[in-house]
Design a protein around this ligand. Structure first.
Ligand SMILES: NC(=O)c1ccc[n+]([C@@H]2O[C@H](COP(=O)([O-])OP(=O)(O)OC[C@H]3O[C@@H](n4cnc5c(N)ncnc54)[C@H](OP(=O)(O)O)[C@@H]3O)[C@@H](O)[C@H]2O)c1
Length: 327
């Protein structure tokens, strides 16, 4: 496993890290014992950074990671998120007092004294124009409750605005073969300010593993069944906002250009890591075998310029029109 600095946080994180949404909720049924095995497998393979949120199973994901922390002696960093419990989810309800309450709950779920990284969890855009909220986060750092804070965003423009706050040290954004716009301007800005970048939904909700087809069935409690059109939350979070049939077509073209013997999932993660502005990719996983395959992407392997051009061509022809100017 290779490691990269997460911006100014001082944390050196595994370039393939672990996204812990699926082990909490919204991805069909999960078994806590299997989830814990997946978490342990990740640590065995050198993963030292886990991304979760208070809303993933209402604390279920955070508590599993808390258990992992107690069962392992290695240095493990945890990033969590707050804000999505606010209901209705409107900017006016974001206050320092409310965020502090969420932080206290996450500290209890994880059973730690301070959070390594707290991210605002895709707040309404107006929140980025509320300096008092960011001042409240600075206060939580001074109080020793947070070691670092950052944001998780839907759109490039939200990221650009967020990093104008000097206290914001990280940005989490959707970046993968099907969501290439962050590489255009945002990465340059992020690098110039030494911002840590977490690439989320790196496998386009599993599409970029190449294991899905027209007949793949998703349980009714899996967002890949109920959120394709954005019925429950931003539709960009499901298959990166790409139409499923079109995504499958692009995947077929990607499979045809894979370097010998490399699974598409590893090529997809390596493609992300080819961008120096990225600190880590955070693929979600429910099972140890998935973790093993995903960690295989951090073997120092690079993709050729020719392959990078072919991926860009597939994106330009099949995907760009649907996503590029939306996020
Ligand atoms: N708003 C936010 O801040 C936000 C939103 C979304 C995600 N995130 C974070 O980003 C992380 C990653 O995104 P994501 O989980 O949405 O999507 P993802 O990483 O693109 O896809 C994860 C899913 O793909 C499948 N998968 C993973 N590795 C595989 C492999 N090697 N072979 C076959 N299937 C594999 C698994 O589902 P199946 O086995 O069920 O197919 C897994 O749950 C999340 O866990 C979360 O931490 C944050």
């Amino acid at each position: 496993m290779n490691y990269r600095l997460l911006g100014k946080t001082g944390m050196k994180v595994s370039e393939v890290s672990f996204g812990a949404w699926a082990i909490g909720s919204s991805w069909g049924q999960v078994d806590d014992r299997e989830s814990l095995s997946a978490l342990h497998k990740a640590v065995d393979l050198g993963v030292n950074f886990f991304d979760t949120a208070d809303v993933y199973g209402d604390g279920r994901s955070e508590k599993l990671i808390g258990q992992l922390l107690r069962e392992r002696s290695e240095t493990i960093y945890v990033a969590t998120k707050a804000g999505r419990k606010i209901s209705p989810h409107v900017a006016e309800k974001y206050t320092p007092v409310v965020i502090r309450k969420f932080v206290e709950q996450s500290l209890r779920n994880l059973r730690v004294e301070a959070l390594d990284l707290l991210q605002l969890h895709c707040p309404p855009p107006a929140v980025y124009y509320m300096p008092e909220l960011f001042a409240g986060l600075d206060d939580l750092v001074s109080a020793g409750k947070l070691k670092n804070y950052g944001v998780s965003v839907e759109k490039v423009e939200e990221a650009l605005k967020a990093i104008e706050y000097p206290g914001v040290r990280t940005v989490q954004i959707i970046f993968n073969m099907f969501r290439q716009r962050p590489a255009e301007l945002f990465f340059r800005e992020a690098r110039s300010r030494w911002i840590g970048v977490l690439a989320r939904v790196p496998l386009a909700s599993g599409l970029l593993t190449g294991r899905m087809s027209r007949v793949t069935k998703f349980r009714s409690d899996d967002h890949r069944a109920y959120n394709r059109k954005g019925a429950a939350f931003d539709r960009g979070e499901t298959f990166s906002g790409v139409d499923y049939a079109k995504g499958l077509q692009a995947v077929e073209e990607l499979k045809a250009i894979l370097p010998n013997g490399m699974p598409l999932s590893q090529v997809a993660l390596t493609w992300i890591l080819m961008h120096d502005a990225v600190s880590c990719a955070i693929p979600g996983a429910k099972r140890p075998a998935q973790v093993e395959e995903n960690c295989g992407a951090s073997d120092g392997h690079r993709l050729s310029r020719g392959l990078m051009r072919q991926v860009k061509d597939i994106y330009d022809r099949l995907i760009m029109e649907d996503v590029h100017q939306r996020w």
